[in-house]
Design a protein around this ligand. Sequence first.
Ligand SMILES: Cc1ncc(C[n+]2csc(CCOP(=O)(O)OP(=O)(O)O)c2C)c(N)n1
Ligand SMILES: [Mg+2]
Length: 392
Amino acid sequence: MLFPTHTAKKTAGGDGEGVFSVPPSNLALLSKNPCTQGTRLSKMSAMLQLAEAPRHLGKASDFIQTYRQAFQWMLLARVAEEKIASLYRSGKITGGVFLGKGQEAISVATGMALQEGDIFAPLIRDQAGRLAFGESLLDFTLTYLGARSGPMRGRDGNVHRGRPQEGLLPMISHLGAMVSVVNGMLLAHRFQGKTGTVGAASLGDGATSTGAFHESLNQAAVEKLPLILVVTNNQYAYSTPNDRQFACKDLVDKAIGYGIRGHSVDGTDLTDCLQVIGEAVADARSGKGPQLVVANNLRLAGHGEHDDSHYVSSHFKELALGRDCLEVAKEHLLKNDWADAAQLEAWTRNCLGQVEEAVAYSLREASPDPAQEDWCALATRHLAEGLPVHVR
Ligand SMILES: Cc1ncc(C[n+]2csc(CCOP(=O)(O)OP(=O)(O)O)c2C)c(N)n1
Ligand SMILES: [Mg+2]
């Protein structure tokens, strides 16, 4: 596969400690389907130990490996998004660009906690979680750069891509809408007798005010679905602050009203994110019903790259809430001797190299040609039935 970053492969010439690291890219190995390829379970072994003993984080060495791996997905997502933002500013991207800056920790924890066979409905700020779940970096660059060989075949320029056959759902923009889609898939699993799977849906604070959120959470609670609802409370829904969005003290209190378990997590702290999401996923998988996880942090970019976010109060930026989770994780690695400066630099170089290679490749790919192709407004047919032969 093209960028087999979602595998647990120990890289030859890696850091010599037998830990996971982002493997080098290999353009010669263009994948038929760069999403999950049966390797997720081995990647998840450390996380599964978390799931068994979530409050103890498994063996210390397993947790260190998980943490280092999580950091590398976060770094790759950050570097990739910065590149796309820069291409956007130079007029090379059609459509909007939305960054997950400051939200990588909760996103990566969600992607890593899921296993093959699970369902993930990411949102616009979930690049780190997508990579950790198994999405290829090329799916990201080919889509943003409008290539016909991308999963959206050049029909959609940003975040609506997915690979539903691999459990990665294409996003519906309407806030809260994806929860009912995940519910439907989990119910389908139940009717098919498939057991042990979990579905995770990402939401923002703004989505918790919608009818879709209420109806789907209520349904999941009544049906005791193995649903993880990860709400990232980044203090704003576009420019609307929390105090104009909801009147409860803490969003996690909403869990009580639905009769489900709620978990709060410091969204700036990778340890907390891995621990709490690991526990929530384990609870859902073991039949304890839906889990509401509320991660608190601050959106460190505009709503999209078209937005200068002038309305974000400087007060938040001074709080622990306003910390950059990537910087916090980096400090944690250094302080605990889980990585040294040379290792961090090597990871950064690796990520930069992968992103440059993916962008260069994607820029060379053809755009869709409506005169030649079966052009339908909706991309659902190939998503449901698999990619057409010419883009496999
Ligand atoms: C039902 C619905 N209403 C309005 C919008 C327009 N809209 C798109 S993103 C957004 C803000 C989302 O805020 P939040 O849920 O907090 O997520 P964040 O962008 O902060 O990650 C809005 C209002 C929408 N997509 N769907
Ligand atoms: Mg928000």
